[in-house]
Each structure stands twice: as structure tokens, then as C-alpha cells.
Design a protein around this ligand. Structure first.
Ligand code: ATP
Ligand code: MG
Length: 445
């Protein structure tokens, strides 16, 4: 990561923040520390290693750093005249409702914004032809929503006309648009922002990255991830019982992870009974001396059961790629590696004349709609509150992230430019190899 440029991390601003924040007024009266308020000079360094620090000192350059999130003393929007809207797009992820609740309560109680609306069914809700009415949001409306998974606003996929969406924002006099979604939603947010800028509108857009796979760059963690792998770990535990319950029992659990196998890796570390973790970052062969099936056979003959965790994007090299299918948003639809593994393992053991019982479990949709665990609830609330602070201060085209245990603001293009993946030479993957005992490589070079 030596080609990073500081300018790529500078967050855009709609204008100068000239109004005193109601939070600051409140705190000033209570004589609470000024330290709570963040000014633009507060940055979080990207690389916290001493060697990097020395290198930058020697070169005389400023180290790459991210803007620190948090309340500002001065804000851009007058709360009494501000109208905010929230939209949720893409697939479900634990914690979306917690984020919505955090946004509404943050706006309402901290800044006294009273005009808050939910846009229904993703970006469709900004297109009048769909007929999805906007939903008025108050603390009363959202008070119990964290007790449920999913999103109270509904979601959708599929591209919508950018100009028509900005027309809706203009027509509705919306000043702040909060988008909760994945790479697609955030790219949409960025393009909406470009159109807003072109028209010279006084509207800011702020994103809260939603990806159950934890694959956003420059963020240690995204919301829902802890819940996802905690829930996944419980399924893996039960699958282990299935595997040990039969002579030569093999249980396969397919987990989320389109391009990055963080859920599979972490679930396996949490439940160290797992013998094989298959992730997109680590290509493998099925057949051949060094292939997965040979390693599985060895394990099954030795211990008479085996537990396999596979991420949905793993092993895509095993499929013929001629008939690539895409979903409504243009994401490549992965071939079902879980079902494929089950069939291939069954065929293989039959051909080897080994009696084996193969059980296949796919808990993906259950995990996606799970209620956030307490750690995630706290995290969702903090992300939401920081999104509110940034937006009220007039920052725009940004997402809230977390880095070195601090909340940060990043420009959307920086966060969406590439995905975070498991480094197969790094400590996480090594921990997986050591816990599972699986071969370093299951591929003939
Ligand atoms: P998930 O993690 O579930 O994939 P996502 O936010 O990436 O979440 P998508 O369905 O890919 O989900 O995108 C959400 C919405 O954003 C869709 O309505 C999609 O059409 C829209 N979108 C994606 N990319 C763009 C873009 N470049 N311009 C405009 N809209 C976009
Ligand atoms: Mg996506």
C-alpha cells in the first residue's frame, strides 16, 4: 500500500460550518471537556507502525491519515430547517435497524432535527413511478426496531436513474441523505453526489457501509460482521455434531463471503473443530494428489469425521465460466460451491469405495436477518451517531469507518475503490491453517 495519496482521503465539504452546534452549547453550559469536539486537524494515521513513522519523518512527508469522526463545535445545517432522509439498499445484514434507530435518535435528540424521513425499498423509493411513500421517522417509530433483524424501510436492487433521484431530493427539500448499503449503494451515493454538485444543491450525502463480509478497505470492521460470524459459529458447532454422529460423517457449512472469506475464517477460529476452511482468496483443486478431496480422504480415514466450512465465493475456479449470470445490480452470481462440494465428495467417496455420510448446511439467509448481538448494537449506534455529526457539519460524499479503534470519515471513492481481502500470507490465514491443520496449499502447481 505504498501508492496511497493523502488527497484521496480528503473528505469534501458543502461549505463553511458557521452555526454553533446545539451539542456544544449544551456541553459548554455543563462545562464538559472541549476534547470531545473534533476539529479538522484531528487525524488518525493509516500506518501506526514505528518503522513507517520513522520513514515518513525522514522523508519529511506527512503520514497518510484519515479524518477523525465525532461532533464538531460548528455545524453547517440549522437543525430547525433541516430535513434528513434515510435509505437502505442491497442485501440484508444484522444491525441495519440499529443504524436507522441511531440516525433518527442522533438527529432528533442531539441536534433537535425534527424532519426525518425513511425512503422505502432502496433507491426505488426516490422514483415516483414505484409509488413507495416516504415514511416519517421519529424516536417513537424506531424505538423497538433494534429488536428485529432486516430493515424496517425495505430494500431493493437494480439501478435507478440518477437524475430522477436527485429530482426527488430537490422536490422534497431534503438536505441530508443517509445511505446504508454495500459497494453498489455507496457507488450510487457517490454518483448522486456528483449530480448534486453539478446542480449546485445544498444537499450532503453520507454512507454507513453495510457489508456482512467485512470487505471494505480502510476499515477494521463493518457492522453486522460480529453478529454474522457469531451466529455462523453456532451453526458450525451443530454441524460438528452432525459430522461426529455418523461413521465417516462429513458436514459442510456454506457461509457468506463473495470475494472475502472473513466470516468463514473467523467462524472456524471461534469453533476450532473445523478441519477445512475454503475461501475465495485461496484457490484449490478438488482432484489430484494435492487436491482437497485427497486431503479430506486422509482426514476421514484417520478420524472418521470431518467438518468443512466454505465461503460462497470459494472455488469458483472449479466452474466453467461461460454462462456467467448477473443479478439485477450487475453483481456476478456465483455458482453454488456448497452443493457442488457435496456432490463431488459423495461421488469421490463412492469411487473410492468408502462409506461416508455427507450433510450440507446453508444458513446464509438466517444469518443475514439475525438480530445484532450487543457488541454490534453498540457499534451500529456509534457509526450512526458519527454519520450524523459529519453530515450536520456539512461533510459530504463520505462514509464512517473505524481504524485503530477510532471512528473516521473517508471519501466514498476511497472506501469503494477496492475490497479488503484475507492476506493468505498474514496472521489471520496462518491462524486458520494452524487451527484446522489443513494443508498449506490444496493445489497442484
Ligand atoms: P450488497 O452488499 O447486498 O451487494 P449493495 O449496496 O452493493 O449491497 P447493490 O444491489 O449492488 O447492493 O446496489 C444497491 C443499489 O445501488 C442498487 O439499486 C444499484 O442499482 C445501485 N447502484 C449500484 N451501483 C450504482 C451506480 N454506479 N450508479 C447508480 N446506482 C448504483
Ligand atoms: Mg454489492
Amino acid at each position: 500500500m505504498n501508492d496511497l495519496k493523502q488527497e484521496d482521503f480528503e473528505v469534501k465539504k458543502l461549505g463553511k460550518a458557521t452555526l454553533v452546534s446545539p451539542i456544544y452549547k449544551n456541553y459548554a453550559e455543563e462545562e464538559i471537556s472541549n476534547e470531545l469536539f473534533i476539529d479538522e486537524s484531528r487525524k488518525i494515521v493509516y500506518d501506526a507502525s514505528l518503522s513507517s513513522y520513522k520513514n515518513t519523518l525522514e522523508s519529511g512527508a506527512e503520514p497518510i491519515s484519515f479524518l477523525k469522526a465525532g461532533p464538531r463545535k460548528d455545524i453547517y445545517f440549522d437543525p430547525s430547517k433541516t430535513k434528513a432522509a434515510i435509505v437502505t439498499c442491497g442485501g440484508l445484514c444484522p444491525g441495519i435497524n440499529n443504524v436507522i434507530r441511531g440516525l433518527v435518535n442522533g438527529l432528533y435528540y442531539r441536534y433537535k432535527v425534527r424532519n426525518i424521513w425513511g425512503i422505502q425499498y432502496g433507491y426505488q423509493g426516490l422514483i415516483p413511478e414505484y409509488g413507495h411513500e416516504m415514511k416519517k421517522l421519529t424516536p417513537e417509530v424506531v424505538k423497538d426496531i433494534h429488536l428485529f433483524g432486516g430493515t424496517i424501510l425495505g430494500s431493493s436492487r437494480g439501478r435507478q436513474d440518477i437524475s430522477a433521484m436527485v429530482d426527488a431530493l430537490e422536490r422534497e427539500n431534503i438536505n441530508i441523505l443517509f445511505t446504508i448499503g454495500g459497494d453498489g449503494t455507496l457507488s450510487g451515493n457517490h454518483v448522486i453526489n456528483e449530480e448534486i454538485e453539478r446542480r449546485g444543491l445544498k444537499i450532503v450525502t453520507a454512507g454507513i457501509p453495510k457489508t456482512i463480509d467485512n470487505d471494505v478497505n480502510f476499515m477494521t470492521k463493518t457492522f453486522g460482521f460480529d453478529t454474522a460470524f457469531t451466529t455462523a459459529a453456532a451453526v458450525v458447532r451443530d454441524a460438528h455434531n452432525e459430522a461426529t454422529g455418523a461413521y465417516n460423517g462429513v458436514a459442510i457449512v456454506k457461509l457468506m463471503g463473495r470475494d472475502s472469506g472473513f466470516i468463514a475464517a473467523n467462524a472456524a477460529l471461534a469453533m476450532p473443530d473445523v478441519n477445512f476452511v475454503l475461501v475465495p482468496e485461496n484457490e484449490f483443486d478438488l482432484h489430484g494428489e494435492k487436491g482437497f478431496l485427497a486431503a479430506l480422504k486422509e482426514r476421514v480415514l484417520d478420524r472418521h469425521h470431518a467438518l468443512v466450512v466454505v465461503a460462497e465465493g470459494a472455488g469458483q475456479n472449479l466452474f466453467d465460466h461461460e454462462d456467467v449470470k448477473k443479478d439485477k445490480s450487475g453483481n456476478i452470481k456465483h455458482k453454488d460451491i456448497g452443493v457442488h462440494l457435496k456432490d463431488e465428495i459423495n461421488k469421490f467417496f463412492k469411487s473410492e469405495d468408502i462409506e461416508a455420510t455427507v450433510k450440507y448446511i446453508d444458513p446464509s439467509y438466517i444469518i443475514r436477518s439475525e438480530v445484532a448481538i450487543p457488541a454490534d448494537s453498540v457499534f451500529c449506534n456509534d457509526l450512526a451517531l458519527n454519520a450524523v455529526h459529519g453530515a450536520m457539519a456539512g461533510l459530504t460524499d463520505f462514509v464512517v469507518g473505524r481504524w485503530h479503534n477510532q471512528f473516521t470519515y473517508l471519501p466514498i471513492p476511497a472506501a469503494t475503490a477496492s475490497r479488503k481481502k484475507i492476506d493468505v500470507n498474514g496472521p489471520l490465514w496462518w491462524a486458520v491453517l494452524e487451527t484446522t491443520g489443513q494443508p498449506l496449499k490444496m493445489k497442484d502447481e
